[in-house]
Design a protein around this ligand. Sequence first.
Ligand code: COA
Length: 149
Amino acid sequence: MNESEPVIRSADLSDIKRIMALEEGSIIHPWTSGDIETLITDCNKECLVADLAGEVVGYVGAETVLDECNIGNIVVDKDRRGRGIATILMDNLLNDLKNRGIKKIFLEVESNNAPAMALYGKTGFVRYGQRRDYYGQGKDAVLMSKDLC
Ligand SMILES: CC(C)(COP(=O)(O)OP(=O)(O)OC[C@H]1O[C@@H](n2cnc3c(N)ncnc32)[C@H](O)[C@@H]1OP(=O)(O)O)[C@@H](O)C(=O)NCCC(=O)NCCS
C-alpha cells in the first residue's frame, strides 16, 4: 500500500472520536458522538472513512430512504486537503450506493464553500435550488442532486 493512497473502509465505533475531531472547526453544525454512532450502526446509513496508513484522514456520511440518499457531511483533515481524498471517498460512496439500488442522491452545500462546490460538480452533482440564509444571514444553501443509473 502506498502511503499517499488511502484505503476506503466502513467506519466502526472506534472511529467516532477521530470523526468528531475532523468535524471540529470544519463543519458549521457538527454531529454529536451519538449522531455518528447511529451513522455507523444504522443499516439505512453509511459512513466511510479514508484510512491512510492507520490514520483516519477523512470521512463521508449518508442516509438512505428507499431508493434515495442524502449526503450529510464530508470532511478531510485540514493538512491533507487538495490531494484527491474527498474525490476518492465520494467515488467509493457513489459506487456503494449504486450497489444498494439507490437511484437519486441529494445534498446541501453553502454557496461560498468553493472546495465543496467544486468537489460536488466534479463528481456529477447538479444544482436544482437554493435556500436563502439557510446557514445564517448571508449564508445560502445550494441544493444539488445526482441521478445514479
Ligand atoms: C470539501 C472538502 C471535503 C474537499 O476535500 P479534498 O480532499 O481537499 O478534495 P479533493 O482534493 O478531492 O478535491 C476535489 C475538488 O475540489 C476542488 N478543490 C479542492 N480544494 C479547493 C480549494 N481550496 N479551492 C477551490 N477548489 C478546491 C478541486 O476542483 C478538486 O478537483 P481537482 O482534483 O479536479 O482539482 C474539504 O475541503 C473539507 O473537508 N472542507 C471542510 C468541510 C466541508 O466544507 N465539507 C463539505 C460540507 S457540504
